[in-house]
Design a protein around this ligand. Sequence first.
Ligand SMILES: [Zn+2]
Length: 131
Amino acid sequence: MHEMGITQNLLNIALDHAQRADAVRINSLTIVVGELSSIVDDSVQFYWDFVSQGTIAEKAQLKFKRIPATMRCAGCGQTAPLDRQTYTCPVCGGSSLTVASGDEFFLESIDVDLADSSPVPGSKETSHARD
Ligand SMILES: [Zn+2]
């Protein structure tokens, strides 16, 4: 299980960004997870509830965005969805493939409440100009 460290990392990055933005609360995080990455969403969620306790990110919603796996063929240069049956290029039949996408794991964005602003129900607007 390496999700514990990864989740702690996510939290640190989110808190860092929130602090720089003067946020008082982190509402949600959008996390990009490649199909080939070994990250298990449920484990991250589980550890998240644990590591975020007592921080402004406590109870923040985790949104996982899945990226499908694609490969690039060394023979013809074609990029195509990974064929998990044959692991060969659908164009030339070559078997020298490299991963083009699908092994990603990163924090894409966070949604925060800023100081001096109250969340508006049903609105995505969370940052308001201060008078
Ligand atoms: Zn090919």
